[in-house]
Design a protein around this ligand. Structure first.
Ligand code: ATP
Ligand code: MG
Length: 273
């Protein structure tokens, strides 16, 4: 399914030392990472990352290729559990939970590369996402028109701004529409926090505008973390930014603070500016 993958790579779970009591959580924290580390052999792809996302907060993780952004997402979803550190989701320690348990608690993600059903319609992809979240597995049984799943599917079509192409085959969609659909699928089942992995990659300027409009239209209570290379997009949709470099947190601040930070400019945006 196109939300959280339940695929586990054999041997990726590593022992975690028992740590001291977790840091005190602010009551409105949605997601708190405390010293999260993920090693692949000798490489620390994510190295002692700590950050917190408040409930309803829109957050961006920036960083150059290989900085560890996607690996950080994988530790949060449980696809690649951390080798060290703790992860709290709405006050609960989820560090050890399997991915499907995290989905049940309201965590979703999209992937850097598409996982859509290309031969199905937009509506059927969303329907499957609704059914998958509802039952914990996919079901091809069609519900009646009045069924809650059909209503939820119509609601997702609206939210993802795709109602006008509901019956189009996914293979026929423009790239930007496919990315919108991935976001729509991640919205199934009333998530509390969504991780978006580079939804703007490969989009045209017009498609980027549509994506920004979609991200800005998400409910105020819903948090998201957006991996984004383009600071111009991040600036327009998030309240807070963490810049990663070589697996570590380089800076965390408001988009304006990040944009004007000299070290961020020299390391991260050096090639762009
Ligand atoms: N499954 C894996 N096995 C071994 N090394 C990995 C694995 N996944 C990622 N890495 C390595 O971890 C580092 C961080 O990779 P990651 O994909 O998290 O970076 P990223 O910030 O998402 O980069 P990009 O902007 O290119 O998507 C890289 O050096 C990468 O080669
Ligand atoms: Mg990545």
């Amino acid at each position: 399914m196109a939300t959280l993958s339940s695929l586990q790579v054999a041997g990726t779970r590593t022992g975690r030392p028992a740590t001291a009591a977790p840091p005190p959580l602010a009551s409105n924290d949605a997601l708190v990472l405390s010293g999260v580390t993920r090693a692949f052999g000798a490489l620390k792809a994510v190295d002692e990352v700590s950050l917190s996302v408040a409930a309803g907060q829109k957050y961006a993780v920036l960083g150059s290729n290989g900085a560890g952004k996607t690996t950080l997402f994988n530790t949060i979803t449980g696809d690649f559990p951390p080798s060290g550190g703790r992860i709290h989701f709405f006050g609960e320690d989820i560090t050890e939970l399997p991915p499907h348990e995290r989905i049940r608690k309201g965590l979703r993600r999209t992937y850097q590369s598409s996982l859509l059903f290309r031969d199905l319609s937009v509506r059927d992809n969303l329907f499957l996402a609704v059914r998958g979240v509802a039952s914990g597995r996919f079901s091809f049984r069609r519900a009646g028109a009045g069924h809650a799943s059909a209503r939820a599917t119509r609601d997702l079509l609206e939210r993802a701004r795709l109602t006008h192409i509901a019956d189009e085959r996914v293979a026929n969609l423009a790239h930007g529409q496919q990315r919108q659909l991935e976001i729509g699928m991640a919205l199934a089942g009333a998530p509390r926090l969504i991780l978006f992995d580079e939804p703007a990659a490969g989009l045209s300027p017009a498609e980027r505008r549509e994506l920004v409009a979609l991200l800005r239209s998400l409910p105020a209570h819903m948090s998201f973390v957006l991996i984004e290379h383009d600071l111009d997009i991040a600036l327009r949709v998030v309240d807070k930014v963490t810049v990663m470099h070589n697996g570590r947190v380089l800076r965390t601040g408001t988009p304006q603070e990040i944009e004007t930070d000299a070290q961020v400019q020299s390391i991260y945006m050096g090639s762009k500016h």
